[in-house]
Ligand binder design. Structure first.
Ligand code: GLP
Length: 266
């Protein structure tokens, strides 16, 4: 465990920053495939130990390989029937059957391949009429569910250091909220949309406080262009300017990454 560096550029009056910081466990594996396997084994172990685990799921390209391995574990006999799932985020506005919506993504990549009860799968409604009302409703859902046993995260593209859709400047106290997406995030997510189709300009996201509420956090880092962000988040100043750096205020974080993404770690 390390303490927050004296030179940290955070608001020193903010009570959260007066807490001690921790050093996340770093697992560096040679290939992205080994990252998928390690991450999947962590989830499988969680479900075996506690079949009714409450797990927060992530989207994006990063967890796809892990989800395939979870589907395989189910085919080999692992049951997810009692698992409770809540997702980190969803675009707004978006039709929930749009292939790039996170609701559809979760059905396609994981939920339709395992025996999880759809009534236990929670995700913000991208087709809600009012984004602010939907944010408040999703916060209520999370409050009812309590503390996640495990929260799975990816890391945002480039220099965003975002977790879920919490970009630079998001408060450590933030709960579920609506965000306008920045250019870098829109560009990075364009690949999930068809040619000529625009990425929605906004999203509903769990806030940093929701993420830090988990018992245990597992951040998976693979795919191109995350090396700078990983180093900034794990070694740079703890600051709301790099939301992933705030994970260092949580006592049980594991970051699983491949060698390429770990290559800039100082
Ligand atoms: C999106 C999601 C994040 C995810 C990030 C990384 O912005 N909202 O939760 O971690 O993308 O995406 P990818 O895994 O595709 O690099």
């Amino acid at each position: 465990m390390s303490t927050v560096d004296q030179k940290v550029s955070v608001n020193p009056l903010h009570p959260e920053f007066l807490r001690q910081a921790y050093r996340p466990k770093e697992i560096i594996l040679p290939t992205p495939e080994e990252v998928d396997r390690f991450a999947a084994e962590t989830v499988i172990e969680q479900v075996i130990q506690k079949p009714n685990s409450y797990i927060t799921f992530a989207t994006g390209g990063t967890p796809i390989g892990m989800y395939q391995l979870l589907a395989e574990a189910h085919r080999n006999g692992l049951s997810f029937a009692d698992v409770v799932a809540a997702n980190l985020d969803e675009y707004w506005p978006i039709d929930t059957s749009h292939p790039a919506s996170y609701a559809q993504f979760m059905r396609d990549t994981l939920f339709s391949h395992i025996d999880i009860d759809p009534r236990n799968c929670h995700i913000p409604h991208g087709d809600a009429r009012n984004q602010y009302e939907e944010a408040a409703k999703y916060q209520n859902v999370l409050t009812q569910l309590g503390k996640p046993d495990l929260t799975i995260l990816g890391l945002g593209p480039g220099e965003t250091c975002h977790i879920a859709f919490n970009g630079p400047g998001t408060s450590i106290d933030s709960s579920v909220h609506y965000v306008e997406l920045d250019e870098e995030t829109i560009e990075a997510n364009q690949r999930f949309f068809g040619p000529g189709e625009s990425v929605p300009t906004g999203a509903l996201t769990q806030g940093v406080a929701n993420i830090l509420n988990a018992q245990k956090i597992m951040m998976i880092v693979k795919g191109e262009g995350k090396a700078w962000g990983v180093n900034r988040s794990l070694r740079g100043p703890i600051s709301e300017e790099a939301p992933a750096s705030l994970l260092r205020f949580h006592p049980d974080v594991t970051v699983i990454m491949d060698e390429e993404e770990a290559s800039m770690l100082s």
